[in-house]
Design a protein around this ligand. Sequence first.
Ligand code: PLP
Length: 285
Amino acid sequence: PIGLVDGRLVDLNENVVSMEDRGYQFGDGIYEVTRVYNGRCFALKQHMDRAYRSLRELRIPATYTFDELKSFHELLIKESGITEGAIYMQITRGVAPRAHGFPENVVPRLTMSIRPAAANTALKEGGAKGLFVPDERWLRCDIKSINLLGNILGKQRAKEAGCFEGLQVRGEYVTEGTSSNFFVIKDDVLWTHPAHPVSNLILKGITRTIIIEEILPSLGLTVVEKPFTPAFAKSADEAFISGTNSEIIPIISLDGAPVGSGQVGPITRKIQAAYEAIIDRECGR
Ligand code: PLP
């Protein structure tokens, strides 16, 4: 297993992280996950732009240029020989004696790793079950922070109920999955929760943006970015989650009840095919 700390290649089994890293003690940091297809990073610019925004929102200085981050991603691919995989990148505020306020003169720490990623073929083809779970996260879900306690508790609750993803509910409304965005389709219209600058309650997924800005216009489909209730979702014709790792996974049941026919729907299939075509084009598959 291969990793990178501030540009230096390391073995993942090496003890490279300080006990006083603020990421370790406070969850004071941000992350990104980028997929590698055919040995090339997919949507790297979008992921790095979002990382810079997350850093700005947390007032962590950006100490690497896009070209540097890009070269680190390429180095991990080259050194590992992995052509189908996922690269994890984390930047914390840095290492300093533990105190809540920002330390003076602290240097942010970059850690990265690459792992092979298998295609979710069975789930993409056959669909997955979703469970509504309480959204117990903080109010800045627009920041891709490494604090993921609410997300992991929601995911585990879904997993223990035999479901693939927890669809989080805050107050009356469905926000998003625990590691994905959530769309429902009713009467040929797509619905999804609004993202920043309209709402801080979900992560503005790169996959979500590709669907909304590239795929739906090309298919002549309309999206409504408005909050909706679990009852509305349960009455939908189709539903799916989107994410870098999940790609587009149909949700065929919610809380044990079938969505629409209980089969993967035709609009979800078209969106999946369009997403594959974009990966093919971008990564030369
Ligand atoms: N929402 C949450 C909470 C996530 O962790 C993720 C990450 O995969 C997403 C949405 C989807 O974002 P993206 O499409 O950028 O991977």
